[in-house]
Design a protein around this ligand. Structure first.
Ligand code: ADE
Length: 242
């Protein structure tokens, strides 16, 4: 599952015997990748879109786990464009029903942070390390070597807003000091997966610094880098033993 067409286009080209099923205005591409049955889908943007797509994947397509690949804006100081965050926990940073519930808490569920599946996350981390190692030995990708690229694991903050000012970045950082990055889908998918008992793992390649120059950096990065890297990581993930 990915939130932007650029992220999923490369992957779609690799799926064998693809069959497209259209449901809820989405194209679900069924087929095999690295010998495994899979369904690839563009989640669309935002929490409602992503949650609805995840529900269809589980209910209609019967998937037994979900992997999310995407881009995000950096929140943790020191992280820069091209670095990669593997999600360990996911929170909806714009969900705030205080004083009735805690900040970020999903009412009725009593959950604030949704955990990533440990096994799939460890496998994902290994896959990403392999992709970076392979790219390091390719001179065309000298800007994305393991030495220059930080891969970190931690909290991903999701909200229905593109964070494009330093002021908003600082506000999120003060609310969630351990947040690594912001984006607009994964905590919603993590909630759906939690409610249905489906393992979930996600990674985000940083496309911008979620500050005043975010919109410009984001467009360029998406086209040039994120799609190919995301697709390679998913392929490596599937190659690794479960
Ligand atoms: N996805 C990529 N960059 C983002 C940002 N700055 N805010 C929200 N979602 C993003």
């Amino acid at each position: 599952m990915a939130a932007m067409t650029e992220e999923i286009d490369v992957l779609l080209g690799l799926i064998k015997n693809p069959v497209i099923e259209r449901e809820g205005m989405r194209d679900f591409v069924k087929g095999t990748l690295e010998g495994r049955a899979c369904v690839a889908v563009f989640s669309r943007i935002g929490k409602v879109a992503a949650a609805s797509t995840a529900t269809l994947l589980i209910q209609r397509f019967g998937v037994d786990s979900i992997l999310f690949a995407g881009v995000a804006g950096a929140i943790e100081p020191g992280l820069k464009v091209g670095d990669i965050v593997v999600g360990r926990e996911f929170i909806q940073w714009d969900l705030d029903a205080r004083p009735l519930f805690e900040y970020g808490e999903v009412p009725m569920l009593g959950m604030t942070r949704f955990p990533a599946d440990e096994r799939d996350t460890a496998r994902l981390r290994k896959a990403i390390d392999r992709v970076l190692a392979a790219r390091a030995s390719d001179p065309e990708n000298s800007d994305l070597t393991p030495h220059l690229t930080i891969v970190t694991e931690g909290l991903i903050a999701t909200g229905d807003r593109f964070v494009g000012t330093q002021a908003e970045n600082s506000r999120i950082r003060s609310l969630l000091p351990d947040a690594k990055c912001v984006e607009m889908e994964t905590a919603a998918v993590a909630q759906v997966c939690y409610e249905h008992g489906v393992p979930f793992a996600a990674f985000r390649i940083l496309s911008d610094s979620a500050d005043d120059s975010a919109a410009m950096d984001f467009q360029e990065f998406l086209r040039e880098k994120a799609g190919p890297i995301a697709a390679q990581a998913v392929v490596e993930f599937l190659r690794l033993p479960e």
